[in-house]
Design a protein around this ligand. Sequence first.
Ligand SMILES: [Zn+2]
Length: 403
Amino acid sequence: MMMTGLKDYEFKKMLRFLSSVRGQGTELITIYIPPDYNIAEVSNKLRGEYSQAENIKSKQTRKNVLGAIERILQALKQWKKPPKNGLAIFCGNVSDQPGVSNIKLFVLEPPKPVQIQLYRCDSSFFLEPLTDMLEPEVVYGIVTIDRREATLAFLKGKRVEIIKNLQSNVPGKHRAGGQSSVRFERLIEIAAHEWFKKIGDMANQYFSPQEVKGVIVGGPGPTKNYFINGDYINNVVKDKIVGVVDTSYTDEFGIREVLEKSGEIMKELGVVKERKLISEFIKRISTDGLATYGEGEVRQALMEGKAETLLISEKLTWLRVTMKCPQCGYKEKITVKGENLPTKLCPKCNTPMQPVEEEDVIEELAKLAETSGAKVEVISTDTPEGKQFYEGFGGIGALLRYK
Ligand SMILES: [Zn+2]
């Protein structure tokens, strides 16, 4: 089974299925191949694993592992090199009946580049690299600067994207020669001013857009503060500055240094924001103010365009399933909170209805929010407020514009 260009929704569904598969032994194979990796090398490694697997004691497990490796080797022949985002391959016995083998192969081209190269044989598929890709991306802007060099980068989720690395032509301060030092100093300051202006313009261009949630400035010595306090970056970007950190470098290494030093800043930011939102929500609920909660109430508010911000717990795993009557075609959407689909009879003709489409409730509500112009905030359960929101309010709420 080959899948490329899966939509988010299909991808999530695939992940849900893969995460539900349990091997009867250590027989489920996971392979990740980064975009620039050599396929032939993966095949060689697999042949090595194949010889090792011939020593597996349990006959059933051995048969399943060998069968899975053969399937993967066969599938890899289609590829001269990995596709744009690399490959994630899952193969193994998906049957839950003892003694029965049903080896299935799933070859996925993930929505974002695969970052690790990995072979694993375990009793479940290893999905974390893929689930990480689905986390909502928070974008930060990072700039490292001194008088000689500057680098601008985005931090998107956990990935760093270098935007630009530039060298200045600001002369060093100490130059031997017969130039008048006053005049020389002045030339240096003009060149430095031009340099800061150039980097400031770039920061404005890349970091002003709304999706950039914060900006961190790094660099050695006081130059970065001079840059921030001067008239080089606009107020929109200035207001987004959440940290200023000392680094030894201003190139890509400098960006890494910024990340190492600002993990706490960013974590703190998320936590603070979440606490504020939920406190506001609870305050409004307890004073009968502009807020509501519960799946039905929130969906209603979204559809009527009354919701300003949708709050939704990341713990929520409910599904919104479209049921269809095979007899008369009547359709209805239901919310499924547990593992199993309830039986539902068609209200028109009493025939048992069948599921024809499913979607995460989170996703469904987020789409509604998007259409009605409401903001979406996914709430973690890492804070006491976030836990309270999930446990006390069912994990679905909204701040309202009006009632
Ligand atoms: Zn019917």
